[in-house]
Every structure is written in C-alpha cells, then in structure tokens.
Design a protein around this ligand. Structure first.
Ligand code: FES
Length: 106
C-alpha cells in the first residue's frame, strides 16, 4: 500500500484539524470530527480559502470564509451540489495516522 505517515492520531484532538503538505505539493487538511478522522484537500472550491480552520458540526465542515458546507466523509459540497472536495483515505495503525496516496475518493 502506498501511504505516508502523518502524525500520531492523538496529536489531533476531537474537534480540531491539522494541515499536511504531501510530497506532490498538495496541502491536505485532516479533521478529527469525533466520529473519526477525515482528510480533504485544504482548498475550498468556492474561492480558494483554506479549510483547515473551518467549523465542524459532526461530520460536516463549514468553510470560515463564506460558509459553504462539506460532508467530510465524501467531500460532497452541501451548499453547491456541483462542487466537491477531493477526499483521501486514512488508516490508523498502532495510534499512527497514515494517508493513502494511491486511492483518492474523488
Ligand atoms: S472560500 Fe470557502 S466558502 Fe468561500
């Protein structure tokens, strides 16, 4: 499996997020929603704002810039159905959080 180590999972407490720069230059925001960890591209499709500082409501992320909402589980935009985020798969092994590089979900 092609994957990259991000951090120890406990370094992202519930309700918080953290940014990671991938080897290909992409910036990913990882959220701990309380029900799980989710990774999406850290660029809002509306106007390019960073998403890592957004507000969480369960598994829904609200962009701090203009309020667009996204389902973190899928990357689906709940505000504009024709927009979406690239979502990445994560794996936790022995408390370590990894991002799968080969299988983005969009
Ligand atoms: S930049 Fe995210 S809603 Fe406008």
């Amino acid at each position: 499996m092609n994957r990259i180590f991000l951090c120890v999972a406990s370094e992202i407490p519930a309700g918080r997020s953290r940014e990671f720069l991938l080897p290909d230059g992409a910036c990913v925001a990882v959220f701990h929603s309380g029900s799980g960890f989710y990774a999406v591209e850290n660029r809002c499709p509306h106007a390019g704002g960073t998403l890592s500082g957004g507000f969480l409501d369960q598994d829904v992320l609200m962009c701090i810039w203009h309020g667009w909402r996204f389902d973190l589980r899928t990357g689906e935009c709940l505000t504009r159905p024709n927009a979406r985020l690239r979502a990445y798969s994560l794996v936790i092994e022995e408390e370590n959080l990894f991002l799968k590089l080969s299988q983005p979900q969009t």
